[in-house]
Design a protein around this ligand. Sequence first.
Ligand code: FAD
Length: 411
Amino acid sequence: MNSRSHQIVAVIGAGPAGLMAAEQIANAGYQVHVYDAMPSAGRKFLLAGKSGMNLTHAEEFEKFIRRYRERSQDLQDYLQRFDAEEIRSWAKKLGIETFIGSSGRIFPVDMKAAPLLRAWLHHLREQGVQFHMRHKWIAYEKSTLIFTTPDGAINIQPDAVVFAMGGASWKRLGSDGMWAAILEQNGIAISPFQASNCGFMREWSAHFSERFAGTPLTNVLATVKSLTGGNLSRQGQFVITERGVEGSLIYALSAELRNQIRANTYAELVLDLLPGKSNARVLDELDSPRGSRSLSSHLRSKLGLHPVHCALLYELLTEAELKDNAVLAAKIKALPIRLDKTCPIDEAISSAGGVDFSELDKDLMLKAHPGWFCAGEMLDWEAPTGGYLLSACFATGAAAGRGVSEWLASH
Ligand SMILES: Cc1cc2nc3c(=O)[nH]c(=O)nc-3n(C[C@H](O)[C@H](O)[C@H](O)COP(=O)(O)OP(=O)(O)OC[C@H]3O[C@@H](n4cnc5c(N)ncnc54)[C@H](O)[C@@H]3O)c2cc1C
C-alpha cells in the first residue's frame, strides 16, 4: 500500500463537478469518499439528459471562452486543459461515443445522460471511490465536517475536501444552495444567487394568455441593450407562457435581461418578427391593397406572419399604431416587450452567483482553508445553454481534483 492510499479526500456533491474531481483524485491514488444529500448521484445531470444531453460545444476556443462573460479569464485555464476534445475522449473511454450536431453542440450519440452516468459511477467504484448518499453537509468546526445522515449526525476529518454542491436551482434534485450560508458565516465571500438561463414574467391580457400560452414564436430576432453598451441580438425561437416568455432564445439573453431588471426595475426585449425582410419591404406589403380583408388576414397573407405574431401586435400596440402602416411596419421590425421579473430561481436551468473567485487560488483552493477546494456551479460564473454549463463543471472539477492531488503530495 503506498502512502497516498492512507490519505482520505472527501468530495461533497455527487454532480458532474464532484464526480470529475473524485475521478482525478482516485486516479492519483488517494482514498476518495463522495458524500451527497440525495439518495442517488447526479440527479440534475440526469434531468439535463431528458431534453438531449448537451455535453459541450465544438466552436473555436476564442469564441467558446467568451460565453463565460465576466468570468472568461477566471475560467480560461481550466477550460483549456479540459476542453471539448478532452470531454469527448473522456466520454469515449467510458464507452460513450459523441457527435457534433449542426449547431456545433456536442451530444452522446443516444442523447441520453443515464448510460453515461451509469458507466461513470461504475468506473469510479472500480477505482475504489466510496459513496455515502443521504449525507447532508450542514456545518464545520475547524477541520471537522459535520453531516446529518438517516442514522444521526456524523463528523469526519478528511485530509482534503472538494466542495461541489451545485448552484441554487431545482432544489428537489439536491442543489438547494444552503451551503452558501455555512461558508458565508465563516467569512467566505459569496455573490448572491440569481436566476440564469431562465424565463421572464410579464402580465399578458387574459385573452392573449388563454389563447397563446404554450405557443412558440419561431425564427424571430431578439435584441436586448447591454448595460455595458451595445446591443446583444440572437435569432431563434421562444415560447409564450401564461406568465411571460421562456425558451432557448430567452435563455440566451437572460443575463442581459436580468441585469436590466436589476438596474431599471424592468427589461425591454425588442423583437424583429420578420428578420428576413427589410423595413421598406414590410411597409410595401402593408401598403398593398387589402380590399375587404381584416388586418390580421392581410398580415398573414401578405407578410406570412403567424396568428401568434399578429396577436402579439394586437396585444402590444395601440389602435392608432395598428392603423398607421409606417408605424406598424416599424413595430413589426422592432417590437418592444416589457419584462418585469425573472421567473423563480428554482425553475431556472442554472444560477449565477456563488463562491467569489477572489476567495480561491489558481487551483480552486479556498485561501482561508488550505486543503479545501471548490468546483462546479457553486462558483460565481454563468454561461448560456449549449454545453457550456457542463463544460465548466467538468473543467473546474478536474482542476480541483488535480489541485487536491498536488496539495496532498506537497503536504
Ligand atoms: C433542465 C436542465 C437541463 C440542463 N441541460 C444541460 C445541458 O444539456 N448541458 C449543460 O451543459 N448543462 C445543462 N444543465 C446544467 C447542468 O446540469 C448543471 O450546470 C450541472 O449539473 C451542475 O453541476 P454541479 O456538479 O456543479 O452541481 P449539481 O449537478 O447541482 O450537483 C450538486 C450535488 O451536490 C449535492 N448537495 C448540495 N448540497 C449538499 C449538501 N449540503 N450536502 C451534501 N450534498 C449536497 C446535491 O444533492 C447534488 O447532487 C441543465 C440543467 C437543468 C436544470
